[in-house]
Write a protein that binds this ligand. Structure first.
Ligand SMILES: [Zn+2]
Ligand SMILES: [Zn+2]
Length: 346
């Protein structure tokens, strides 16, 4: 198909720009997806404000997308035209490096993801390999489809990387969409969850409360240490998920985690910050990172949403047109919105 489409890119000067792009053609093994919904992630905000060596500019942003398969490249057999799909973020992995061989494709040394190195979902169309498409159950909405990535990040952290255990206590620092969904995933694993945030996060923490996260702490008004101590007989949290990406958040995590406990970093930190490294030795901690997600986590996330075990809809604060991208990014960046989605048909 000749013609052009609109795409919201981070341009050569790292500025957001709505630009005309040629409609991409799917090569062998790839498909073109007509995008329906695509979510703004804290990662997109970070790319815009701080840049990243993961970027190859100019690039259309957006790695949380759902839509309809619209054109098949040669040799595609796993999906057909008209299939409603969730788009996974992998555009290309080598299949040969050590990490591909141990099924950690999120760490492939040659990985290219959509919305960072390859054009992503903030556009009318996105091209991905057929292996990056997950068929959406009929009952699943495009809104929910675009949220699967966010839950998959949480599931990768608490069910695959940490992994949290039955009847443990998990503290999640940072009540953004990632922190709230990681909290729900940890509860689904049988852990008791404390979610901590700041006064600015109160509207988000109220949504978290409505979703059934029982213990929610405003760090600026309550004594988190006492809450954690009361719930753990003074030992500290078995697991701490740092989902704020801030150094004060990291320091809180190190303070609150129990001896022999696990600290899982999933918030994206920018720049460097001071932490007391000796705590790791003194508490014999396990420090673990959780970067994006793997296909295993995507499938679990899709199932949990479609089976009604986790409701992602209350997190969606705004569904906006791509042309209103400045307002949309402003809402997502300033915590006035919660999860902001683009509706590519608006
Ligand atoms: Zn994301
Ligand atoms: Zn590889």
């Amino acid at each position: 198909m000749a013609g052009t489409m609109k795409g919201l890119c981070l341009n050569e000067s790292q500025k957001l720009e709505l630009r005309e792009f040629p409609i991409p053609e799917p090569k062998k093994g790839y498909v073109r997806v007509k995008v329906k919904r695509a979510g703004i992630c804290a990662t997109d905000i970070g790319y815009w404000k701080h840049g990243s060596d993961r970027l190859q500019l100019p690039v259309i942003l957006g790695h949380e997308a759902s839509g309809d398969v619209e054109k098949l490249g040669e040799g595609v057999t796993k999906v057909k035209e008209g299939d409603r799909v969730i788009v996974m973020t992998t555009y290309e992995v080598c299949g040969e490096c050590h990490f591909c061989k141990i099924d950690a494709t999120n760490l492939c040394i040659k990985r290219r993801g959509i919305g960072s190195k390859e054009n992503g979902g903030f556009a009318d169309y996105v091209v991905v390999p057929e292996t990056s498409c997950i068929k959406m159950p009929d009952s699943m909405t495009y809104d929910e489809g675009a949220m699967v990535e966010v839950l998959a990040c949480g599931i990768h952290a608490v069910a695959e990387q940490a992994p949290v255990t039955l009847d443990s206590v998990t503290l999640v620092v940072g009540p953004g969409p990632i922190g709230v969904l990681a909290s729900l995933a940890a509860q689904a694993c049988g852990s008791k969850v404390i979610l901590a945030g700041l006064t600015q996060d109160v509207p988000r923490m109220n949504v978290a409360k409505s979703l059934g996260i029982n213990t929610i702490v405003n760090l600026q008004e309550e004594d988190l240490g006492k809450v954690v101590s009361d719930m753990t007989n003074g030992y500290g949290a078995d697991f701490v998920v740092e989902a704020s990406g801030s150094y004060p958040g990291v320091r809180t995590a190190l303070d609150m985690v129990a001896k022999k406990g696990t600290l899982c970093q999933m918030g994206v930190n920018h720049g460097t910050g001071e932490v007391d490294w000796s705590i790791i030795l003194n508490k014999e901690l396990h420090i673990i990172g959780s970067l994006s997600q793997k296909p295993t986590a995507w499938i679990k996330a899709k199932n949990m949403i479609s089976e009604g075990k986790i409701d992602v809809n209350p997190l969606i604060s705004d569904v906006m047109a791509l042309k209103d991208y400045e307002e949309a990014f402003g809402k997502a960046a300033n915590v006035t919105g919660f999860k902001v989605l683009f509706d590519l048909e608006k």
